[in-house]
Design a protein around this ligand. Structure first.
Ligand code: ZN
Length: 198
């Protein structure tokens, strides 16, 4: 949505890793093996890939979705940005309750081929479970059972939540209520971006 409205390059670790895997680069294959075994791809690999992406696409502004996710990633990002003589204009913290997380995951569909995610409640997808981008099959994620979810919530508390105090002193930080529908959340984000590009 951000790319469409503002023509800013957006990426996420997931998008970069899928691309590396599809291109069968050594890093991509290694990361794919790690996640197949249930492990998390290391900070080192994520940062390396993000820096490469920035060098290729980050000339006219950029947005990271789901990055940084750990304190190490945030600190390394700061070093990379210092090297590029730039800083973050906005740090958006989407606050979502555990209840919302449970509800959304229960209704989530993912394309088996390209990783596109949507929800059962999104228009059209319940009746016709085909990916709009690659025609792949949309399926319920099989790793979304309760125990995996619990592990992820614990990971979030231990590794991601400390980022809030890391960015707290930074004026760029804005907290957004993510428990509302997509359009309401996007309207808030769009207003912040518009204010900053003036
Ligand atoms: Zn697809």
């Amino acid at each position: 949505m951000i790319t469409r409205h503002f023509a800013i390059a957006v990426t996420s670790p997931g998008m970069i890793l899928r691309r590396e895997r599809d291109l069968e680069t050594p890093l991509g294959l290694q990361a794919d093996e790690t996640s197949k075994q249930g492990g998390l791809v290391s900070d080192e690999i994520i940062i390396h890939l993000i820096e490469d992406w920035l060098n290729l696409h980050g000339q006219d502004g950029f947005v990271f979705d789901g990055f940084p996710r750990t304190l190490t990633q945030a600190q390394r990002l700061e070093e990379i940005l210092t090297k590029r003589e730039t800083t973050l204009d906005l740090v958006l913290w989407l606050e979502v309750s555990e209840e919302t997380v449970h509800d959304r995951i229960a209704g989530r569909l993912q394309c088996r081929r390209c990783g596109f995610t949507t929800s059962l409640t999104s228009a059209g997808f319940a009746a016709r479970s085909v990916c709009p981008y690659c025609d792949g099959p949309l399926i319920r994620r099989n790793d979304d059972d309760a125990s995996v979810l619990q592990t992820r919530l614990t990971e979030f508390k231990n590794k991601t939540e400390p980022l809030l105090s890391y960015y707290e002193k930074n004026d760029a930080l804005h907290r957004i209520d993510g428990n509302r529908d997509r359009d309401a959340v996007f309207a808030d984000i769009a207003a912040l971006i518009e204010n900053h590009s003036k």
